[in-house]
Design a protein around this ligand. Structure first.
Ligand code: SF4
Length: 963
């Protein structure tokens, strides 16, 4: 007999009844539970449906999950669960789970055994690595696996396949968090925790709609607002959300203007003298630059740029400048925008100039979007390397290589890690030929979907997808592997406030589904990946082995897990890192000693210039070593790349709704969540709707320059808690969760419309704005939005790879272009050097040097011969044309000499950059001798460049002033 039980109706009452704080930091328990049958046993776990990480138990009966209940002893939620946590687990029991592998044959999916599927994946991998190296392989993962899985995948990709092309879908939600933290504090790692939510006097929420993204965290705030000493909320968000409705001050900037608003707030605080001068002086660098840059952002100028009334900006600054305990949080409203990192860093700056860090109730949380996004970054399963090591610092790579027991040269550190949009571009142009997509759905979640579908459907791209369900992306795969979900495997993960939970296996996965840990362990074994001693690269027999290895290798790092074990994590509910000898119970906040990991040899990155996005060179960083001080980086506002115009007069913005997660692969399979939020929509301001002749519920066509969708309109203030509220005039909001797996006919994914641009530092795409137009649909919505191409590609012509014969694809396919360019550049440089001796016979120093350099170029040409034989040499005559326009006949005297040195410098640069190109290729091919040759010859070309510069600096003033 079924015994359904729910302690509350989270669909109607999203955040649940109020349980006001009892006193400072005392948040009462409230255990939420929902079961569809009486559990036989409860298994310790944690919710995996947003970054909050609420501790829960999984109820099990008859080998099935039958419910969940919150864990009262967990400091994250004190027993509470939100609608997704209480309902999303039913996806595990869904009828349409993938239960066996599939291989596409002749354009159709056919069932396969694991042996057949893995055999094919390994065969393709080996063919591609043999022909092109691992750099022709890409991996795109998720923010929903466990530490144990990320750790194995990172080791395989970076030390087995050895490709830099690994990213996670965390690029879409938390890449800016990672970079904003690195730019300011030298390293990823959240400085604060939810303990500070309990204690703050003012909470600044920058682009962070906590009411929709982390419902239990919002319940925490609501309880503080009802308890003693409630905090003030300052909200920056163009929409009127549930949290904005509770704000003391709500700033509503136009899309894309966050940086101007932040600069304005900082200026007001500095001008009012509300800064902690002693803290700034002792513990930061860069204050003068910040002051200088923000000085011009008067409140009136900010109002002009952003639409935020000057008086409101001043009101917010007065509160932020006078509070004793300031906490700031940042999320997608800042992250998914242009100048994402620059704007998010200003939130760090605001906290720092007020000296509000490392203290109770203070600090900043650059929030995460997905449940295990933090681990993707920590474990090196996105663009970064594990344990916050700096990929560009050889000393760091040595330490990491020791931890993995591999050679550091195996790591693909010859170039920065590749972000997902660049991975897609490489797939598009054919330089990545194998893409493994792990537990994510890029055919709905990436921008400009028509293009993404075209890429994934390419016949010369071999696509493998691990997932638990058929999705828009599995439809485009060559091999589909059925994956186990949360509750069907054991592992650990870390939430947005550094709390680590263990989630024990409660039930078996359905059919033949396997955990990603097992899938990748199997792949490593079949590929025969070795460590440096010839043993298996992946030695872990169980997830616990992987965790123990991970915990040990983080000892002494900022994200120190060395005090954690499965036993310790199972004995209680949630422990924060760092957990070590110094903090055996975990630490509530970082940087309590105001020492930041910014030292040259300590930091995770040397950072970027926020204005240009250019990397800061190690030499420059070393020369200005912050050595433990936080860095205040500044930047000016620039307008977005696309703004409304006559053809597309509205601002489109996209975002979440409370009832769904990511692309609904899980939440869309809950009846209750599906029924309360069944479809995408376009939210319009009432004035805009009236002008367009659109009423609430009418079907509308939303169009941008990328595509169009047909969705119902929602007009103005809908008025239901947790759904959507008011929006600025001129704006239209579309939720991003809805794809087409359950509605294949009508285009409705927000990303049909979005821009394929990204922040230059974090590489996070701009989902928050684009220029759009909206019109009412009077006929058939499917016909109105039809594009002539299917939304979900059902047919991919054949097994992708193999359209070109392997033999025709040589590892030097395009290298001939740069070998030819270099050969010609060295030849022209050599002739120019020889000519210099003749043209300036009385310039002894010049003659001697040029003769020597000419011998170098002869030697370079000799070393190029085998490369010409191997790769071929394509010469389009460019270096010859370059020299033909140089070295004019009539050049005499000091100025004539300098003009010739100038020309020589240009030719030497040409040769130098060609050597650099070949050196990058040599590194990608892992050919040590070729690397050394390029390094040596390129170094000599660089010396010629430097010599020219020296000559120029020495003589040019004399030549220009005296003739
Ligand atoms: S707030 Fe997030 S982690 Fe907590 S129950 Fe809801 S979805 Fe799960």
């Amino acid at each position: 007999m079924m015994a359904e039980r729910a302690t509350r109706d989270s669909i109607q009452d999203i955040w649940g009844p109020r349980t006001p704080y009892l006193g400072e930091g005392q948040w009462p328990e409230r255990v939420d539970e929902r079961t569809i049958d009486e559990p036989e046993r409860w298994v310790q776990s944690c919710c995996l449906l947003c970054s909050n990480g609420c501790g829960l138990d999984i109820g099990v009966k008859g080998g099935k999950i039958v419910g969940v209940r919150g864990r009262a002893d967990d400091h994250v939620n004190r027993g509470r669960l939100g609608p997704k946590g209480l309902h999303g687990w039913v996806a595990n029991n869904s009828e349409d789970r993938l239960t066996q592998p599939f291989i596409r044959r002749g354009g159709e999916f056919q069932q396969a055994t694991w042996d057949e599927a893995m055999g094919l994946i390994v065969e393709r991998s080996k063919e591609i690595i043999d022909e092109h190296t691992g750099k022709a392989m890409g991996f795109y993962g998720t923010g929903q696996l466990f530490i144990e899985e990320y750790h194995v995948i990172a080791m395989i990709v970076k030390a087995g396949v050895r490709t830099p092309h690994k990213d996670g879908n965390t690029r879409l939600c938390t890449a800016t968090a990672e970079w904003a933290l690195q730019e300011t504090f030298g390293s990823d790692g959240q400085p604060s925790s939810y303990a500070d939510v309990d204690l703050c006097d003012v909470w600044l929420l920058a682009g962070h709609d906590v009411s929709a993204t982390q419902t239990v965290l919002f319940a925490r705030v609501l309880d503080r607002l009802e308890g003693p000493d409630p905090p003030k909320l300052i909200v920056i968000d163009p929409r009127v959300t549930a949290v904005a409705r509770r704000a003391t001050v709500h700033l509503r900037p136009r899309l894309g203007t966050n940086l101007a608003v932040m600069n304005g707030l900082i200026r007001l605080i500095i001008e009012a003298g509300r800064i902690d001068a002693e803290f700034i002086d002792k513990h930061t660098v860069g204050f003068e630059g910040l002051k200088r840059t923000t000085a011009s952002y008067t409140s009136e100028k900010v109002e002009e740029i952003s639409g935020v009334p000057a008086a409101e900006l001043r009101r917010a600054a007065a509160i932020l400048g006078s509070t004793r305990r300031l906490l700031a949080t940042v999320l997608q409203g800042f992250y998914q925008s242009h100048q994402a990192t620059a704007a998010s860093v200003q939130v760090n700056n605001l906290v720092l100039i007020r000296g509000m860090i490392g203290k109770p109730g203070c600090g900043v949380l650059q929030m995460n979007g997905q449940p295990t996004a933090q681990n993707t970054r920590e474990c090196g399963a996105n663009g970064s390397f594990a344990a916050f090591y700096n990929w560009a610092n050889p000393r760091h790579m040595e330490e990491l290589a020791r931890a993995y027991n591999v050679e550091k040269e195996w790591f693909p550190t010859y170039q920065p890690p590749t972000n997902v949009m660049q991975i897609m571009r490489y797939c598009e142009i054919g330089s990545i030929k194998f893409l493994w997509i792990i537990a994510t759905n890029p055919a709905v979640s990436l921008p400009d979907l028509a293009r993404i579908r075209r890429i994934l459907a390419k016949d010369d791209l071999f696509v493998v997808v691990n997932d638990a369900f058929p999705t828009e992306t599995t439809a485009l795969a060559d091999v589909v592997l059925p994956a186990a979900l949360w509750g069907e495997k054991t592992g650990t993960f870390t939430n947005a406030d550094r709390t680590v939970h263990i989630s024990h296996k409660a039930v078996d996965p359905p059919g033949e589904a396997r955990s990603d840990f097992d899938i990748f362990r199997d792949y490593a074994a079949r590929m025969d990946f070795k460590d440096k001693d010839g043993g298996p690269l992946i030695k872990f027999q169980s997830p616990e082995d992987s965790f123990d290895h991970w915990a040990a290798m983080t000892k002494g790092r900022l994200c120190d897990y060395s005090g954690l074990s499965y036993a310790k994590l199972s004995a209680r509910s949630g422990i924060r890192w760092p957990c070590n000898e110094q903090h055996p119970e975990g630490a509530e906040r970082l940087y309590t000693d105001f020492q930041f990991p910014t030292g040259y040899d300590e930091c995770e990155s040397w950072g970027h210039d926020l204005k240009s996005g250019a990397e800061i060179s190690p030499e420059h960083y070393k020369a200005h070593d912050p050595a433990g001080r936080a860095i205040l980086r500044d930047a000016d506002y620039v307008p977005p790349v696309e703004e409304p115009d006559d053809s597309y007069p509205l601002w489109l913005t996209t975002g979440r709704i409370v009832y769904h997660f990511h692309t609904r692969t899980k939440t869309g399979r809950s009846k209750e969540l599906r029924e309360v939020a069944p479809d995408a929509f376009a939210q319009l301001h009432a004035d805009d709707a009236k002008a367009l002749g659109v009423a609430d519920g009418d079907m509308v066509l939303v169009e941008t320059r990328r595509g169009k969708i047909a969705v119902p309109a929602r007009v103005g203030d809908i008025g239901r808690e947790g759904r959507v509220y008011d929006i600025l005039p001129g704006h239209v909001f579309v939720p991003f969760h809805f794809g087409n797996w359950d509605d294949p006919e009508r285009p409705r994914a927000a990303n049909e419309l979005t821009l394929s641009y990204w922040d230059p530092i974090s590489k996070q795409p701009y989902f928050k704005y684009a220029a759009a137009r909206v019109s009412k649909i009077t006929g058939d919505p499917k016909a109105a939005a039809a594009t002539g191409t299917p939304i979900v590609e059902k047919v991919k012509s054949a097994l992708g790879f193999g359209q070109e014969t392997a033999g025709a694809i040589r590892a030097g396919k395009k290298i001939d272009q740069y070998v030819g360019l270099l050969d010609a550049a060295e030849r022209e440089l050599g002739e120019a050097l020889t000519g210099m001796s003749e043209r300036h016979p009385l310039e002894s120093e010049i003659r001697a040097a040029c003769s020597k350099f000419a011998r170098w170029t002869d030697a370079h040409l000799e070393t190029l011969k085998p490369l010409v034989d191997r790769f071929g040499a394509k010469d389009d005559g460019e270096p010859k044309r370059l020299r033909a326009g140089m070295f004019q006949e009539d050049r005499v005297g000091g100025l004539g000499l300098m003009r010739d040195v100038h020309d020589l410098w240009l030719l030497a640069q040409d040769a130098w950059i060609c050597w650099l190109a070949l050196e990058q290729v040599a590194k990608a091919l892992e050919e040590k001798v070729l690397i050394e040759t390029c390094n040596q010859n390129g170094g000599e070309a660089g010396l010629i460049v430097a010599w020219c510069q020296t000559q120029f600096k020495t003589h040019i003033a004399q030549a220009l002033l005296m003739g």
